[in-house]
Design a protein around this ligand. Structure first.
Ligand SMILES: [Zn+2]
Length: 420
């Protein structure tokens, strides 16, 4: 007898617990299930609030009299692949204290939504692993519902990314959409997170960011950027103690542009056909790193021939390799000597585009050599840029600008490939 009593007791305890757990998992905490209906497509779970939850929705008084009831059907978590709805029967009660008839609080969902909080949390979680399109398809809901849920979650988390512990910043512009719309991005180079998205590519694009940064009291050590004068002056003005580091990849890119320009000039000047023929199609060969030339396609030979015929192109090409050495020195001082040496060689070449570039280099020497104090670059922004391009190709792209910005803030934690 004693054994069976104990056995009964244990059994009842575990039932309560498992039932409670099940209710919680289903997001039906505070409810009791009264019936379950099933057809081939969906599961309808009929439920009503537990008696202790029947109270005035405003003052929480339980001194109430029932005045009928109404039902609401809301979407809940799927069970397996089965779509599930909660049909909640909600009593209307008259509160003695308020003297008003009200419906009791639904509790398991926001009053304005057609889905439960548990469903909302599930969608938020899935959005971290797959595209919104996938989530919508998987759960059999519209894309707009998924987007609304995802957007609210992003708003909560990223309205103002924290800046307090930021030490290194990267600033760069990106072009989005087909309309040549520019955005200025600020990246935390330690975490890879986008901290700010500003409209346009002028210094004013950053104004709201400086305000937030000042308020955060972050101690910024250095900022990586391209050679644009706008960002430079904005940083000098707003972060006078931070070092400016001109991004090495942007400098090489700029040099490559000069190289292309020079080749074009030479092509225009070339008078005989052979000369033109040799120059034609060498643009990509000039931009490629020497070790990446493809011998099967005869690329090293073609490049050699072009360089043989054009002395200035040859000088420019060899100076490109030399330029990269600026970041391969054992310290700041040797690098400084290298920069002066490069400047001297370019000046002596007599090639105008190289001379121009050498002047640019010299006038930015401090920020170029600052790399030896803070070896940072805007490189991580390039990776981000590729993700953004994929994102803008998706149809939600730029239609909802706030959403787009929130997606940018979230980009560094995206675990899935942004495709489809
Ligand atoms: Zn009341």
């Amino acid at each position: 007898m004693r054994f069976s009593q104990r056995g009964y007791h244990t059994f009842s305890w575990s039932t309560d617990m498992s039932q409670q757990a099940l209710y919680q998992i289903l997001g039906l905490h505070g409810y009791q299930i009264t019936d379950v209906e099933r057809d081939e497509k969906q599961l309808l779970v009929h439920a009503r609030p537990q008696p202790h939850r029947v109270c005035c929705s405003v003052c929480d008084s339980r001194d109430v009299t029932r005045r009928g009831e109404s039902t609401r059907q809301i979407r809940n978590l799927p069970i397996g692949s089965e779509c599930t709805w909660v049909v909640a029967t909600l009593p209307r009660v008259e509160c003695k204290a308020c003297g008003v008839v009200r419906q009791v609080k639904i509790g398991l969902a926001d009053e304005r939504r057609t889905y439960t909080r548990a469903f909302e949390r599930y969608v938020q979680e899935l959005c971290g692993y797959m595209t919104m399109q996938d989530v919508a398809r998987h759960l059999g809901v519209s894309w707009d519902i998924v987007k609304d849920i995802h957007k609210r979650d992003l708003q909560k988390r990223f309205r103002k990314p924290p800046l307090k512990h930021t030490r290194y910043l990267g600033i760069d512009e990106i072009c989005v959409g087909h309309g040549y719309q520019f955005l200025t991005l600020v990246l935390d180079l330690d975490s890879g997170a986008i901290l700010f998205v500003g409209k346009g590519k002028k210094a004013t694009a950053l104004t709201p960011f400086w305000r937030r940064l000042r308020a955060s009291k972050a101690k910024i050590k250095a900022v990586a950027m391209d050679l644009s004068a706008a960002y430079r002056s904005a940083v000098e003005k707003n972060l006078p103690d931070a070092a400016i580091v001109f991004d090495r990849f942007h400098i090489i890119k700029l040099y490559n542009e000069k190289l292309t320009k020079l080749r074009r000039e030479l092509y225009r000047q070339a008078t005989d056909d052979l000369h033109k023929q040799v120059l034609k199609g060498t643009r990509w060969l000039l931009l490629k790193n020497h070790e990446n030339l493809d011998p099967v396609k005869g690329e090293p030979g073609r490049l050699k021939e072009a360089l043989k015929l054009n002395e200035s192109l040859a000088i420019a090409y060899y100076l490109k390799d030399d330029l990269k050495q600026l970041w391969e020195q054992c310290g700041k001082f040797p690098a400084q000597l290298k920069l002066y040496d490069w400047h001297h060689q370019a000046q002596a070449s007599g090639v105008r585009v190289l001379q121009d570039f050498a002047r640019t280099l010299l006038s930015h020497a401090q920020g170029i050599l600052a790399w030896y104090d803070h070896p940072i670059s805007t490189g991580p922004l390039e990776g981000t840029n590729n993700k953004i391009k994929t994102m803008t190709r998706q149809h939600y792209g730029l239609r909802d600008q706030e959403f787009f910005r929130l997606k940018l803030y979230q980009l560094h934690e995206t675990k899935y490939a942004l495709v489809g």
